[in-house]
Design a protein around this ligand. Structure first.
Ligand code: HEM
Length: 471
């Protein structure tokens, strides 16, 4: 959730300012879970035979945290800090913290019987708010400044419930706060009144190779996550910490490429973010033309750049990948295999199996591999947007041998001559029946144009995945 200590303490304390824990009964008497319950229970489970008489049994802890658990007040801290606590068993048999001594009028009123008052309770997590030195300091500050506590809670609650909504441009309705918050990953608005062809020509003449240009655009866009709509090319955060230092982005090479693109972006007065995408597009267009197919990639102007101050380095660190199948890179630090990480990466990018397939084949032909490794470059025409990867992967004149962890050789079946090397990510497109069916489709002689068109469509999808103002 990317909450800091203060936000964590505010949420826990604020959450437990209202409500109660439920454990006034015997959980062994509860009915079966929803999936196993009777049809007439209509999806409800854990039917409680003593519900009316004793209330629900959920966590097994029993009691409220504050004297007035239906009121937003500072009672949580008063209760926690003004009493000593000891471990007691709840009626359901769970361990919970109860005050060693408490005045009758400070006890919360029983939820079912207004004539009865019961001991308040604390969980271990609540006790940490007093016993842990860092939480203790934070909570004492909250105790002494209720307004500060309420504001911190409100902000943390807003973050908790909105951080998976993506950038602020996606918010609608009159209650949207005007204040911009750092966790919203703000990006300034970029210019869109310029001639993209002029910029593209300048980039093509800049000396950056097809591989350099494809790589920078890909690394910029690939951080997009369909899960919480963070990351992506808008903002050009690839040129900022922490992304510019990630080993998967080849920092030294990246810095050289970015220097060239930065000078072009300032010459035209446009965002670096747009310039990066135009660099990728110009390279893909050139590579397609080398394959005999002339076309212009779709392009939406108007990306803006973020500054380092607009970037929460700590929270962006969570976007660092452990592998990038599309650049044939694997950090070796994960418990998952490179192929599994490819599926993870692809689902975050919102890609289907055919899209993953055509993207892998295209990226290999464009020579986008990490640090120029040759794994899976099953062609002697690197930089040409050809379907060679699929043709040679599925060619029965070859045989495949494992030679090390995640290392394979592709040799001529007759002569034994070594032709190429490959990773498990490459070979899974031959070994997995579903992926193979797409690989065979793209290997077809009469599908060369379809391969280029499908590659361009998935490329475009990724380059624009975070353009919510247009999508
Ligand atoms: C440190 C992490 C937390 C732990 C371990 C924790 C634990 C618990 C437990 C065991 C219960 C009793 C559930 C029951 O018996 O029905 C509970 C209830 C509750 N929690 Fe938390 N909680 C945590 C954080 C939070 C946060 C962040 C919020 C909201 C911002 C929150 C809001 C509540 C509320 C409102 C109830 C009462 C529900 C009711 O009245 O039925 N808790 N919590």
């Amino acid at each position: 959730m990317a909450m800091n200590d203060e936000e964590t303490a505010a949420l826990t304390a604020g959450g437990h300012t209202v409500g109660k824990a439920h454990g006034n009964g015997d959980d062994s008497k509860l009915g079966r879970e929803p999936e196993a319950a009777n049809i007439e229970d209509q999806g409800f489970g854990w039917i409680n035979p003593t519900l009316e008489e004793k209330g629900p049994v959920t966590s097994g802890l029993e009691g409220a945290w504050t004297t007035n658990p239906t009121k937003w007040d500072n009672g949580y801290f008063e209760m926690l800090f003004n009493h000593d606590w000891e471990l007691k068993k709840s009626p359901a048999g769970a361990w919970q913290w109860e005050p060693v001594e408490i005045k009758e009028e400070d006890k919360p009123i029983n939820a079912l019987n207004s004539n009865q008052r019961d001991n308040p309770i604390m969980t271990d997590a609540d006790m940490a708010m007093k016993m842990d030195p860092i939480y203790n300091e934070i909570c004492l500050k909250f105790k002494n400044d209720p307004e500060y506590f309420s504001d911190t809670f409100a902000r943390a609650w807003f973050k908790l419930t909105h951080r998976d909504m993506g950038p602020k441009t996606r918010y609608i309705g009159p209650n949207t706060p005007t204040e911009t918050l750092i966790w919203q990953d703000p990006v300034s608005i970029g210019r869109d009144n310029y001639d993209q062809e002029e910029v593209k020509n300048k980039i093509s003449d800049s000396g950056l190779s097809i591989s350099d240009r494809v790589t920078v655009a890909w690394d910029s866009a690939k951080t997009f996550r369909n899960s919480d709509l963070r990351g992506g090319a808008n903002g050009a955060r690839l040129s900022l910490s922490p992304q510019k230092n990630w080993p998967g982005n080849e920092p030294e090479r990246l810095s050289k490429t970015l220097n060239v693109l930065k000078s072009i972006s300032s010459e035209f007065g446009i965002s670096l973010a747009d310039t990066i995408i135009l660099a990728g597009n110009s390279a893909v267009e050139e590579a397609a033309s080398l394959a005999g197919i002339n076309l212009e990639l779709p392009f939406e102007k108007g990306r803006g750049d973020a500054t380092q101050e607009m970037t929460d380095v700590n929270s962006f660190s969570n976007l660092e990948p452990e592998a990038d199948a599309f650049r044939n890179w694997y950090s070796g630090k994960s418990k998952s295999s490179p192929e599994e990480l490819m599926i993870d990466q692809a689902q975050l990018l919102g890609l289907s199996a055919p899209e993953i397939t055509v993207l892998i084949g295209g990226m290999r032909s464009l020579g986008a591999n990490h640090e120029g490794n040759k794994s899976g470059i099953l062609t002697d025409k690197a930089g040409v947007l050809s379907n060679d990867f699929f043709v040679n992967l599925t060619d029965m004149n070859n045989k495949w041998n494992i030679v090390g962890e995640n290392k394979y050789e592709i040799r001529d079946r007759q002569s034994g001559e070594l032709k190429w090397t490959a990773s498990s990510v490459d070979l899974v497109f031959g070994s997995n029946s579903i992926l193979r069916s797409y690989a065979e489709l793209y290997a077809q002689d009469d599908n060369k144009e379809k391969f280029v068109n499908d590659f361009i469509s998935v490329w475009d999808k990724i380059m624009n995945a975070d353009r919510f103002e247009n999508n």
